[in-house]
Design a protein around this ligand. Structure first.
Ligand code: MN
Length: 205
């Protein structure tokens, strides 16, 4: 076992009523666990790849042997995305990032959002729009794009378990819009789930 399911820092029922207990339990202990297991299985005969970090593997998929490339892309991507997703949400969160002098560089996020999008509301509207427009299963990302300069923050959506690392970006926040993330409580009402999700966003992280 190279990769392990990361510990959740809150209980399955901690995000009620926005994300329900049964979804949390299934999503974390079944879906995420399966990606971890399949990633370990794909890498089991490749000790040289086991030396690399998950980010290194995802940043250069072209260097992965063809026979396991798709498995690493899907299951490695799934493990990375879910590990981040559990951290960017939490109980008693929500609101918006606010710059406080004593926060130092951490508080710069609020400024970068305003510079890039004009206002937090514009940022949120764009994020929600991309979540609504994403066809099928995927993720919506808020990420830094170092290729266009410091403090450049952007939004993108990806299909499957692809992520901004694969194109040189640095993920900051992510929303899971696979149906398994919301179907038990919201069924086909993805927009209700997306709206509710803002109540659990952990800006401190
Ligand atoms: Mn998921």
């Amino acid at each position: 076992m190279i990769y392990k399911l990361p510990k959740l820092s809150y209980s399955y029922d901690a995000l009620e009523p926005f994300i329900d207990t049964r979804t949390m339990e299934t999503h974390y202990s079944k879906h995420h666990q399966a990606y971890v297991d399949k990633l370990n299985d794909a890498l089991k005969n490749y000790p040289e790849l086991q030396e690399k970090t998950l980010e290194e593997l995802l940043a250069s998929l072209d260097k992965i042997p063809a026979e396991i490339r798709t498995a690493v892309r899907n299951n490695g991507g799934g493990h990375f995305s879910h590990s981040l997703f559990w951290n960017v949400i939490g109980p008693n969160k929500g609101g918006e990032p606010v710059r406080q002098i004593q926060e130092g560089p951490k508080g710069k996020l609020a400024d970068d959002i305003k510079t890039a999008f004009g206002s937090f509301q514009n940022f949120k509207d764009e994020f929600i729009k991309q979540a609504a427009n994403l066809f099928g299963s995927g993720w919506v990302w808020f990420y830094a794009d170092p290729s266009t300069g410091p403090g450049q923050v952007k939004i993108m959506s990806t299909s499957g378990h692809d992520n901004p690392i694969m194109t040189g970006g640095k993920p900051l926040m992510v929303l899971d819009v696979w149906e398994h993330a919301y179907y038990l409580k919201y069924q086909n009402r993805r927009s209700e789930y997306v709206e509710a999700w803002w109540n659990v966003v952990n800006w401190d992280f």
